[in-house]
Design a binder for this molecule. Structure first.
Ligand SMILES: [Zn+2]
Length: 278
């Protein structure tokens, strides 16, 4: 007979410890809620061997340009700002100086897509850009109050045109390496130099979708990733290869899916705003 109470006690202890474990997890729950993919440009790359020398020479490819909007309990964050909204007024788009590069169009403005979601530019708390090429920083000044998260190496990179990429008065945190943006591990900037001196990618851990690695331009399309192609115009050839390896290691560790910014074939399989991932 003494066995029964001891079993009851054992069950109670298990139940209590399960309860306390549950509440500890609830307290530590990351604040990330959802992610939207915004259309920040569409175009045609004239010759994709620019990005993987010797591969697919002379072959053109449709490109897209994405921005990503993240809803977190601590506030909104936008990752990349795409081509300038002013391009939407030009139906002929923007022809590149070199026909091997990308002819871009802006079918929708960033402003209209934020408006559709009821998000005001002044609601954006953090603004991070993968790098400072014009198809990624075209609308930075739509968010003059947002804290800019950029690598110091990118911020200090001299602009060949002699024009600053960011207004000196724009609030900025100059990073030197990886950065856990909200302090809960849900959104982490990953330093991936090589395409430019301070290029960065973004690891996003969504509660249902799981881990995503947003490439920036560390890679431009899937076959470019598969063959580890290094664009001739990158600022660091060996740096680019090391960054791709770093990304592959993170993807293996976090079981993360790579979302390649300019890859239209992949983006065509994904939900665009106002639909979202959670
Ligand atoms: Zn670029």
């Amino acid at each position: 007979m003494p066995r029964i109470p001891s079993i009851v006690t054992a069950i109670s202890v298990v139940a209590l410890s399960a309860l306390s474990t549950h509440s500890a997890q609830a307290q530590a729950k990351p604040g990330i809620e959802r992610l939207y993919i915004l259309n920040c440009g569409e175009g045609t790359a004239g010759d994709i061997s620019r990005w993987s020398p010797g591969v697919n020479e002379g072959k053109s490819m449709p490109f897209v340009d994405n921005c990503y909007l993240i809803k977190h309990a601590q506030g909104w964050m936008i990752w990349d700002t795409g081509l300038t909204d002013a391009l939407a007024a030009k139906p002929e788009g923007q022809a590149p100086p070199d026909p091997r590069m990308t002819h871009w169009y802006r079918p929708k403005t960033l402003a209209s897509q934020l408006d559709q979601l009821g998000v005001k530019p002044s609601d954006i708390k953090f603004l991070a850009v993968s790098h400072t090429h014009p198809d990624h920083v075209g609308n930075v000044e739509m968010f003059p109050q947002a804290m800019l998260l950029v690598q110091k190496a990118e911020y200090d990179w001299p602009n060949p045109l002699g024009v600053g990429r960011f207004k000196p008065e724009h609030p900025v945190t100059k990073l030197e390496g990886d950065k856990d943006v909200f302090g809960d591990g849900s959104v982490t900037i990953i330093s991936t130099p090589g395409h430019t001196p301070g290029h960065q990618s973004l690891l996003v851990k969504l509660p249902k979708t799981g881990a995503l690695l947003l490439s920036g331009d560390a890679v431009h399309f899937k076959s470019n990733w598969d063959n580890r192609g290094v664009p001739a115009g990158n600022t660091g050839q060996e740096q680019t290869k090391a960054s791709m390896q770093k990304m592959a290691d993170i993807m293996a560790k976090e079981k993360a899916t790579l979302w390649i910014n300019h890859d239209k074939a992949q983006r065509d399989t994904l939900k665009m705003s106002p639909e979202f991932y959670e």
